[in-house]
Design a protein around this ligand. Structure first.
Ligand code: ATP
Length: 232
């Protein structure tokens, strides 16, 4: 938990104090980009909050997406061009129930889903890259990208380290039911289009099994934060 903040002082911007530290710029590694993946209800947001508490800025793919589609934007316009104007509300935001209907049911839904994903991934990743560049300018040492669709978007290739958080299906179902107030069957449907835990774990550098309580999770995450941040 305490590793990040003191180090950050060393890589802050120009100041007299900093000069006294007689840094060797060439030995300071470039910013680390950590990708975080895992199925729905596995605990990604909870892990991200622990990283944030340790001083690592978090980029949240879901939050960026919701921001982009909640109003008329280049992203919503491009989605409408691909799927038709009926996916927009009168204000130009994305009509999510209508879009879900089009991409999850009916003939050609898979094709429409692919088109939608290609557009949204591109806009989300452009925004993520822009925010990463901003953090890099500030001298930030590491950022965490909370990305449920990390591998589907291809962004795993731009990460220095990948963490997968997992939990048993029953545990995930109970958490989602409680968090979102939906029934187990609806919750189970979310798992159908996601990569399996086996795939995610085998393609990640770190794996956090999150079947226990939050104390246990915090301990595991802090161990990984220390490890990643101390790696050159
Ligand atoms: P989604 O992809 O669906 O957004 P997620 O992977 O981000 O899910 P979280 O929102 O972090 O998952 O966790 C799901 C729910 O489970 C939340 O309400 C969270 O508070 C709770 N939770 C996560 N980990 C634990 C834990 N170790 N102990 C108890 N509750 C937990």
């Amino acid at each position: 938990m305490v590793y990040f903040i003191p180090y950050r002082i060393h890589i802050g911007r120009n100041s007299k104090n900093e000069r006294k530290l007689s840094r060797d710029e060439s030995r300071i590694p470039k910013m680390k980009i950590i990708g975080l993946c895992g199925g729905s209800g596995s605990g990604k947001s909870t892990v991200a909050a622990i990283f944030a508490a340790a001083g690592v800025p978090v980029l949240d793919a879901d939050a960026i997406y919701h921001e982009m589609i909640s109003k008329s934007s280049p992203c919503t316009k491009e989605i409408a061009e691909a799927l038709g104007n009926e996916v927009l509300t009168p204000e130009g935001a994305l009509d999510r129930p209508k879009t879900a209907e089009l991409v999850f049911s009916g003939e050609g839904s898979e094709e429409r889903r692919k088109k939608l994903n290609a557009i949204t991934h591109r806009y989300i990743l452009d925004e993520v890259r822009r925010r990463i560049a901003e953090e890099e300018k500030k001298g930030t040492f590491a950022v965490l990208f909370d990305a449920p669709l990390l591998f589907e978007s291809g962004f795993e290739n731009e990460c220095n380290a990948i963490i997968c958080v997992s939990a048993d299906e029953n545990v995930r179902l109970s958490r989602i039911v409680q968090r979102d107030g939906i029934d187990r069957e609806t919750a189970r449907l979310r798992f159908a289009t996601q990569f399996s835990d086996n795939y995610l774990i085998s393609h990640s550098d770190y794996h956090i099994a999150n079947n226990g309580d939050t104390e246990e999770l915090t301990e595991k995450v802090e161990g990984i934060v220390r490890k990643i941040l101390s790696e050159k």
